[in-house]
Write a new protein. Structure first.
Length: 298
């Protein structure tokens, strides 16, 4: 009888653990286990690049990423693996530079610290919904763009009152500290200053939205679609884009040779179909089509 009780307890614990694991699959922060593979280039040279020389010396790539953006850059809490469109673009670049996946160190950098991380050399390059703009170009360089996004709004599925930026007055709007979207909300006076809420991560904003503590989350539509796809019963994207957000790969400002090499790798991926394969396996699962933008070389 005692053995039966022990077995029963063990089965109950196993059921609880299985249920918890299943419950995590759709939670914000969860990541698909699928990872793409790319051929690793051999005998790569980037003459005149201090960044590439450092990578060769250490034998590793330090890639700056986000870890809380479903479909773009997210870390699986159970396996520790990173996945998403941005992450796969970063892996593709690493492979083109001659570095296998096990030679990549992922460095999570919040939006407000990106320029500092690149300028100090904490990362070799950064791939994480990083909008190219003139202000940032004063401190860092950009390769790309590799994706064209636009600012939009994520709201509760049962809230018909917010239909676009013109309906945000008297609404609490949340985004990430240091991001382009939250700056635009302030500059265009889309809501009162006291109604602007900031956090370090977009997932914190989404938690506040679900808990009815804010009325909308604003950032690029690509990010918002990822969150909405995880919880379509409670969340929706308004679908009225009100900006142009070209995503670039952040690189050291003065390393022109390295920037040109990364541009070449992005261009090649667009030509040979690799870019489309990456999109279809990540953001493309939202059902929204996309095409790669033209590279801006400067």
């Amino acid at each position: 009888m005692r053995r039966v009780r022990v077995v029963g307890v063990l089965l109950a614990i196993a059921a609880l653990l299985f249920g918890a694991a299943c419950g995590r699959e759709g939670a914000p922060g969860a990541a698909p286990s699928e990872q793409l593979s790319f051929p690793v280039a051999a005998n790569v040279t980037v003459p005149g690049s201090a960044t590439f020389a450092k990578m060769q010396q250490t034998g590793r790539v330090r890639m700056g990423v986000k870890n809380d953006q479903p479909g773009l850059g997210v870390q699986d809490p159970t396996t520790g693996q990173y996945s998403g469109f941005d992450v796969e673009i970063g892996r593709m670049i690493a492979a083109g530079l001659g570095f296998a996946p096990d030679k990549i160190d992922y460095v999570v950098v919040p939006s407000a610290a990106r320029e500092d991380a690149i300028s100090r050399g904490d990362v070799d390059y950064y791939v994480g919904t990083y909008t190219i703009n003139d202000n940032r170009k004063q401190r860092v360089g950009f390769a790309g763009p590799y994706f064209q996004a636009g600012q939009d709004l994520l709201v509760r599925a049962d809230d018909p009152s917010i239909t676009g930026p013109q309906t945000l007055q008297n609404k609490k709007v949340c985004s990430v500290t240091g991001s382009t979207p939250i700056q635009r909300v302030r500059q265009q006076n889309l809501t009162q200053p006291q109604n602007v809420v900031e956090f370090q991560n977009y997932s914190q904003c989404v938690d506040q939205l679900v808990a009815n503590q804010v009325d909308a989350v604003t950032t690029d539509d690509a990010i918002l679609k990822g969150f909405a796809a995880q919880d379509p019963q409670r969340l929706k994207v308004v679908g009225q884009v009100f900006s142009q957000e070209p995503y670039g790969v952040g690189v050291p400002r003065d390393d022109v040779a390295f920037r040109n090499k990364v541009n070449d790798l992005i261009q090649q991926s667009e030509t040979d179909g690799t870019w489309q394969r990456i999109y279809d396996a990540t953001l493309g699962k939202s059902g929204s089509p996309a095409a790669p933008p033209a590279i801006q070389r400067y």
